[in-house]
Design a protein around this ligand. Structure first.
Ligand SMILES: Cc1ncc(COP(=O)(O)O)c(C=O)c1O
Length: 411
């Protein structure tokens, strides 16, 4: 394609072609689907809708269809789409200072670190730009702090797709094409004996999710994380809790670790932290922070003024609207409504992190639900994951459960 043809296509896709009539919503969608195929590397399987607007727990496509969003950008939009306080903070900060690099001091990242210390009980923050990067930072810190290089992770874990974090991510199909990797020793989740048997004097860290997300919303038994803490203490390994998905109220507590009362050495955060802007944070305990010396780790964008302003506004909104408490209450309503109305094999989760195991094909249910105005996600053939914005209402939950029950009755 020539440059002119490509520019023309782009303009048409944006609906800015003056000589032609405004494209309809379905034309815009078709054009973007085609352009995406030609110009974006094909690593994602996307749903065939073009999203153009969001507010609260709803999003709209280019054809004007409204959807109840029970995916929330994969547990990111916890305060809802385009929360006014987050939008305002972004606008204000964007007009003052967007990015500086970490060669200089900026205010918001320091204020945010203070806030995160209070919320997590950890001692210091390292900023990056995604969940995988926060895991990378944690794995590097564990190596530095212990002088060891092995990692123990859980079966069905998900920690990211960069080479380091991928080594701790369970699904063999994700890892195999990229070997050799520094791969973790994988042990069954929620099995303290297996964990004990797997650690050694070579283990730098045990990395666990307080509730497994991508693995199908798996909640461990009470006592598991405490046992993991003791095992790490005994063998001198760090305990990394990956709270990328469970953080910021998702499980009905500020952080998933609070259900067990366990304090890790390192916590990884991302997803919901900045209201939809990309941010990752590794929080570490005083006992290990000094293992990172100046120059040991860095990233250009980490904690820039704009994303930090969005994070401060997001945390402010979670507090003001009591979204952590709301997540617990509304989440238990969601689970009980599903149990009442749907013949599921299992309904599990904490707060508004809910997994529904079904006999039916979940990818097919996701397609049908979308056609009926509900966005859902399947973590596997038989598990639906629901991680709606924490602002979701009971009426919206009722609608989702009703539609799901109708779809399942038909199938
Ligand atoms: C627990 C957990 N850790 C790490 C990641 C990776 O985060 P990102 O996709 O932002 O790199 C995810 C993503 O789903 C996750 O759920």
């Amino acid at each position: 394609m020539t440059q002119n043809q490509s520019d023309e296509k782009m303009e048409m896709a944006k609906g800015k072609m003056k000589s032609k009539a405004e494209p309809s919503g379905s034309e815009r969608t078709a054009r973007i689907v085609e352009l995406e195929r030609e110009s974006v590397i094909q690593t994602y399987t996307r749903q065939p809708i073009l999203l153009v607007k969001g507010s609260g727990a709803k999003v709209w496509d280019a054809e004007g269809n409204e959807y109840l969003d029970f995916v929330a950008g994969i547990a990111v939009n916890s305060v809802g789409h385009c929360h006014p306080a987050v939008v305002e903070a972004i606008k204000k900060q964007a007009s003052e200072l967007i990015h500086t690099s970490n060669l200089y001091y900026t205010e918001n990242q320091v204020f945010l670190a203070e806030e995160l210390k209070t919320l997590t009980g950890m001692d210091r923050a390292f900023y990056c730009n995604s969940g995988a990067e926060s895991v990378e930072a944690a794995l590097k810190l564990a190596r530095r702090a212990t002088g060891r290089s092995e990692t123990v992770a859980a079966v069905d874990s998900f920690h990211g797709r960069t080479l380091g974090s991928l080594g701790a991510t369970y699904k063999p199909v994700y890892r195999e094409p990229f070997r050799p990797l520094n791969e973790a020793n994988f042990v069954p989740y929620d099995d303290a004996e297996a964990l004990l048997a797997a650690v050694s004097k070579e283990t730098s860290a045990v990395i666990l999710e307080p509730v497994q997300g991508e693995g199908g919303v798996n909640v461990p038994s009470p006592g598991y994380l405490r046992a993991a803490r003791e095992i790490c203490d005994d063998c001198g390994a760090l305990l990394i809790l990956d709270e990328v998905q469970t953080g910021f109220g998702r499980t009905g507590r500020w952080f998933g670790k609070e259900h067990s009362g366990v304090m890790p050495d390192v916590m990884t955060l991302a997803k919901a932290v900045a209201g939809g802007l990309p941010m990752g944070v590794m929080m570490a305990a005083e006992t290990v922070t000094d293992a990172f010396q100046k120059g040991d780790h860095a990233t250009t964008f980490g904690g820039d003024p704009l994303v930090s302003a969005a994070a401060l506004a997001t945390i402010g909104a979670i507090k003001k609207e009591k979204l952590v408490e709301r997540s617990e209450q509304v989440g238990s309503y969601l689970r009980s409504r599903i149990v009442e109305e749907i013949d599921a094999l299992e309904v599990r989760g904490l707060g508004l992190m809910v997994g529904v195991e079904l006999e039916a094909s979940c990818p097919e249910i996701v397609n049908e639900a979308r056609e009926r105005g509900i966005l859902l996600n399947a973590t596997s053939e038989h598990v639906l994951r629901m991680v709606p914005p924490l602002v979701v209402g009971k009426e919206e939950i009722d609608r989702v459960v009703k539609v799901l029950a109708e779809i399942l009755q038909k199938s």
